[in-house]
Design a protein around this ligand. Structure first.
Ligand SMILES: *[C@@H]1O[C@H](CO)[C@@H](O)[C@H](O)[C@H]1NC(C)=O
Ligand SMILES: *[C@@H]1O[C@H](CO)[C@@H](O)[C@H](O)[C@H]1NC(C)=O
Ligand SMILES: *[C@@H]1O[C@H](CO)[C@@H](O)[C@H](O)[C@H]1NC(C)=O
Ligand SMILES: *[C@@H]1O[C@H](CO)[C@@H](O)[C@H](O)[C@H]1NC(C)=O
Length: 575
């Protein structure tokens, strides 16, 4: 059933860059049926249009009409998004892509088929250094130093947000002057944001950051996992994206003047949305140099000068956060199946995994521990299977060096477990996925981690985390002169009754989530940042399967652990 929902929403809007983050799956389901045959027919029409000399405008208008007929989105959204992307799609087509592989990649979990799957296969040469024996890290002695790390994700500031405008407009993004008439007073956008399809006004972002600085002055450093720009995929432009990046980076620096920040690029930072070209594309009209160069300039506020070359090459870097603790910021947009460039080059784009392998090998040799951060979690349903599989192999090899991983993108408060590839039930690593600051259907949120700190033999492991949210309902009901109140929603160790956050404990917690309904309900509430509409809807068996599957899936095509979940849940019809 999860797959079915997935098919409903993914292909066409996904291909056009209209948002299909999984938080949107439920809200857009039912808008129209998209399947493999339809996907292939749309791609085929676009390519036929190129061959027959149709202009980008004609092809985009055709898609706009088709979108309306299929009741996906209106003409403006589909034509606009297609029109922005079409020159890039045409350029990639001219370089040669295998048409019959595109829908196979886009609908990777749906067995859509590949006309030539062989060309997509690849692997990263494994490290020639043998894997050291694994010893389970001991917890730090009581009283050991810790680090407080702030994790900020998916801000999605909308410069055009307008309170009182229409929040139920049917577009991927509402709450703007252009969102149409407000027909019912309850459809009007709130002052501090709106949990319907809306991003954040500036004031909410600024008050949030002011609160963080005031509440967490002891923050050692910030990890910032991307998606700064709004979801208006049909009307983006480079200048606006660059303006947003600059304003937000300046804001964070202003409130945290002495705190280092480790950023990464989200799929929304690019224009056309989701497009991240591999470095061999030198045509400046179509490559990603404009964004990587600007990221390098912006991030120089916090990062050492030696990250410049890899940031400008592929949008990734490594830097020491503390003696003994290395940050690796990955550009996971190279695994994103909605990045058109993936159809052209999916084999280790920008040699990013080869690079990761080398960085981890060097770190292991130097006795360092590593925190990996990026926007899109590997193994997410929209991260290419082969990339995810190769990534998981690297995590396996370097399980003792990678102390933790951090991602965003899903907008939800969740986590993912990596398992050993031989001893299948042995958990080896945890990816922490932070909630979004933007509403875009939930309350605003962010995370705080407590990390094993500077001491001889530090594990640099995540010892605990907590999530902070604001109650948008309360904030919007108050006089606008009253600032929103932020509060701690939960603490992982305390509220989930965990002894620690090791892979072993997080796996035990997962097992408990499958069978303990009360515990699952708590997890579900936190997952959606306790947003009233979500809680009212509840979490049926498909929803449960989706949330639980995410935790144990690191390769979207290996659903074996999920089949197990369905079986287990089916034994509990009372859920
Ligand atoms: C489609 O969108 C593009 C880009 O916004 C615009 O220039 C064009 O006029 C639109 N086409 C139609 C038929 O409205
Ligand atoms: C306005 O919205 C409220 C709450 O959703 C609903 O009860 C009411 O019927 C709506 N009024 C109109 C005119 O649609
Ligand atoms: C937010 O406030 C509303 C209205 O008072 C309340 O019903 C809801 O439970 C609150 N949510 C959270 C997460 O505190
Ligand atoms: C599936 O569940 C059974 C018990 O219900 C368990 O023994 C088995 O290890 C599970 N398999 C996986 C891959 O988790």
């Amino acid at each position: 059933m999860r797959s079915f929902l997935f098919i409903l929403v993914i292909c066409l809007p996904g291909f056009l860059g209209v948002p299909v983050e999984y938080s949107h799956v439920e809200s857009t389901a039912g808008k129209g049926l998209i399947n493999c045959a339809l996907c292939n027919s749309i791609i085929s029409d676009i390519f036929l249009g190129f061959q027959n000399g149709q202009t980008d405008e004609e092809i985009s208008a055709g898609i706009g009409q088709r979108c309306e007929t299929l009741n996906l989105y209106n003409f403006k959204v589909c034509n606009g998004t297609a029109a922005i992307a079409m020159p890039t799609i045409r350029y990639i087509y001219s370089l040669g892509v295998i048409e019959g592989n595109i829908c196979g990649m886009l609908l990777q979990t749906e067995n859509c088929g590949f006309s030539d799957p062989g060309v997509l296969e690849w692997s990263v040469a494994p490290s020639s250094v043998p894997k050291p024996p694994v010893t389970e890290p001991a917890l730090p002695p009581t009283g050991s130093p810790t680090l407080k790390v702030l994790h900020l994700s998916d801000i999605h500031w909308d410069p055009e947000y307008l309170e009182g405008s229409n929040a139920v407009c049917g577009d991927p993004l509402c709450c703007r002057a252009s969102s149409g008439e407000v027909v019912n007073a309850t459809d009007a956008a709130g002052y501090w944001g709106d949990r319907r399809d809306c991003d954040l006004p500036w004031r909410t972002v600024e008050k949030a950051v002011a609160h963080m600085a005031q509440q967490h002055p002891d923050t050692a450093y910030i990890i910032w996992t991307g998606d700064l720009t709004p979801h208006d995929t049909w009307s983006t432009d480079k200048d606006e994206n660059l303006m947003i990046i600059d304003r937000l980076m300046t804001l964070i620096q202003q409130y945290f003047p002495t705190v280092p920040v480790y950023p990464t690029l989200g799929n929304h930072e690019s224009h056309p949305v989701n497009t991240f070209a591999p470095p061999e594309i030198t045509d400046v009209e179509f490559n990603t140099a404009w964004l990587y160069d600007e990221a390098d300039r912006q991030w120089a506020r916090w990062l050492p000068a030696d990250v410049s070359s890899s940031v400008r090459y592929g949008g990734y870097y490594t830097a020491l956060a503390q003696p003994g603790l290395r940050i690796v910021s990955m550009n996971m947009n190279y695994c994103y199946i909605f990045n058109y460039w993936t159809y052209y080059k999916s084999q280790d784009p920008a040699s990013i995994l080869t690079w990761l392998n080398q960085v981890l090998e060097d770190a292991e040799l130097a006795g360092e521990k590593v925190h990996i951060l990026s926007h899109i979690p590997p193994g997410n349903l929209d991260c290419w299977t082969i990339f995810s599989r190769e990534f998981a192999k690297i995590i396996n090899r370097f399980e003792s060096t990678v102390a933790a991983q951090f991602y965003g993108h899903t907008h939800n408060d969740e986590y993912k477990i990596f398992y050993d590839l031989e001893e299948l039930n042995r958990p080896i690593n945890i990816a922490f996925v932070a909630p979004s600051l933007t509403t875009s259907s939930d309350n605003p949120g962010y995370r705080i981690y407590t990390v094993d700190g500077q001491r001889p033999g530090s594990t640099w492991a995540v010892l605990d985390h907590s999530s902070w949210i604001m109650n948008l309902t309360v904030a919007n009901a108050q006089d606008p002169s009253i600032d929103p109140v932020w509060f701690e929603l939960y603490q992982a160790k305390r509220d989930y009754a965990l002894t620690d956050l090791s892979p072993r404990s997080m796996d035990a917690f997962y097992q408990q989530l499958v069978t303990d309904d009360a515990l699952f309900q708590m997890y579900f509430e936190h997952y959606y940042k306790k947003s009233e509409e979500r809680l009212e809807k509840g979490c049926d068996i498909d929803c449960r399967t989706k949330l639980l599957c995410f935790i144990v899936t690191t390769d979207p095509l290996d659903q074996s652990r999920c089949q197990n979940i369905s079986q287990l849940l089916n034994q509990h019809p009372e859920f």
